[in-house]
Design a binder for this molecule. Sequence first.
Ligand code: PXP
Length: 248
Amino acid sequence: MTARLNVNIDHVATVREARKTIEPSVVEAANLCEKAGADGITIHLRQDRRHIQDRDLEQLRSVVSTYLNLEHAVTDEMLLIAERVRPDAVSLVPESPNEITTEGGLDVAGNVPAIADAVRRLKAVGIHVSIFIDPSIGQIDAAAEAGADQIEICTAEYAEMTLDREDQSSDPEKVAAEIARIAAAAKYAKEKGIVVAAGHGLTTKNVGALASMPEISEFNIGHHIISRSIFIGLENAVTEMIEAINVR
Ligand code: PXP
C-alpha cells in the first residue's frame, strides 16, 4: 500500500496574509487538493497567526471531506480550539516565536507529563493524535509513553542534506546515514504499534527514498507543492507529488 498524502496549505494563507486580503482562498486550495487526489489537508495554526487564521480552521473543518490534520503547539489555548473544532487529527509540534518554520521535533522525552495530558484531552474528544519528533528511539519511547497514536518523523535534516543549493553539494554518505536513521525509527515505532508519518522539507526529488519504506503510511508536505503550484497549478503540483510517492 502506498503512503497517504496530506497537503499542507499554510503557504496559501501566507500569500493572502502578505496583503491581509481575501485571496488566495484556502478553501479553494483545499478543494483543488482533494480533487487532485490528496488524502487530507494539513494546516498549522500558529500562536502568532502568521498564516492560517482561526476562521480558516473553522471553514476548512466544514469543507474538507477527506481528512483534516491540525498542527499546533502544546498550549492550553490551542488544545481548547482543537477540542471545540475537532479536526480528524492533531499533530503536536514545537513552536518558538522567531523561527522561520518548525525547527526539529518536539522534545517529548523531556516533557512527558504535559504532553501526555494534551494527548489525553485530544483523544477524549475522538481526535487521532500524532507527535512530530526527530527520528530518535528515545523520543519514540516517550511518544508511546505519552499515549500518541502516531508519530511524524521530522525529515528536516534529510531535506536540508538533499537540497541542491548552489553553494553546497550533498554528501551521499551523510544522506544514506540519515535515511538509515529514519528507516530504523520508522521500523521501531511500527513495531510498537504506532502509526508512522513523515514530513518537513520533502520534495518530488527527495520523497522517493522515504516513500519506499513500508512503515511510513503518511506524508505531510506543503512548501514544495505550493511553490510548484505557482508554475504548474495546484492540481498538477499535487498529482506530481502523488506520483513521486507512488514508488512502492
Ligand atoms: N509536518 C510538520 C509537523 C510541519 O510542521 C510542517 C511544516 O509546517 C510540515 C510537515 C510540512 O513541511 P513543508 O512545508 O516543508 O513540506
